[in-house]
Design a protein around this ligand. Structure first.
Ligand SMILES: Nc1ncnc2c1ncn2[C@@H]1O[C@H](COP(=O)(O)OP(=O)(O)OP(=O)(O)O)[C@@H](O)[C@H]1O
Ligand SMILES: [Mg+2]
Length: 167
């Protein structure tokens, strides 16, 4: 990774994807928003498990793709709000779940299928696109949409440089 506002890296294993999630968890501050885009099985939930680990979420088995519960909240260093927008379409449906209120809680909000509700998400968010390039490999590109997410991306780069990229 370098210090530009768009970054890309190759994950060669589930644990590398989780390591990227851990770096996001360590780098995140109150009110940060992360949107994940990628097809079924791209690794969105695996990445969020890494985020949860870094935030010190105790019951990490609970971090899974919520099929019927569309928003899960986990206690940690920051509150982690895990949104699955797979079944949602647009800002109206997102807001009917109380999304605005969630954003005001000062936690870290991570949204799977962010492309389904892009118009309801703050523009200033960190966006990750996960592309399946092989059975165990994923290309993950990261970009930011404003000052807050740019700062998050910078801190993330520093965490990554400090800790390396897992095995
Ligand atoms: N490099 C990798 N990174 C992440 N997951 C990987 C990788 N290689 C293989 N996998 C496998 O891909 C699957 C990813 O599942 P995961 O639930 O995280 O996907 P998802 O993007 O959340 O899918 P869904 O949209 O169905 O919720 C897991 O079975 C995982 O073991
Ligand atoms: Mg998932």
């Amino acid at each position: 990774m370098n210090d530009k506002s768009e970054l890309e890296f190759m994950s060669h294993s589930e644990s590398q994807t989780q390591a990227l999630g851990r770096a996001i968890g360590l780098a995140s501050r109150a009110g940060d928003v992360v949107g994940l885009v990628g097809e079924l099985g791209a690794g969105k939930t695996r990445l969020i498990k890494g985020v949860a680990a870094a935030l010190g979420v105790k019951n990490r088995q609970e971090v899974r793709s919520p099929t019927f519960v569309l928003i899960r909240e986990h206690a940690g260093r920051l509150r982690l709000f895990h949104v699955d927008a797979y079944r949602l379409s647009g800002a109206g449906e997102l807001n009917s779940l109380g999304f605005e209120e969630i954003l005001s809680q000062g936690g870290l909000t991570v949204v799977e299928w962010a492309d389904h509700v892009a118009d309801g998400l703050p523009a200033d968010r960190l966006s990750l696109h996960l592309i399946i390039t092989g059975p165990r490999s994923r290309r993950i590109s990261l970009s930011c949409g404003g000052q807050k997410s740019r700062a998050l991306l910078e801190r993330l780069g520093q965490e990554w440089a400090k800790r390396g990229k897992g095995e």
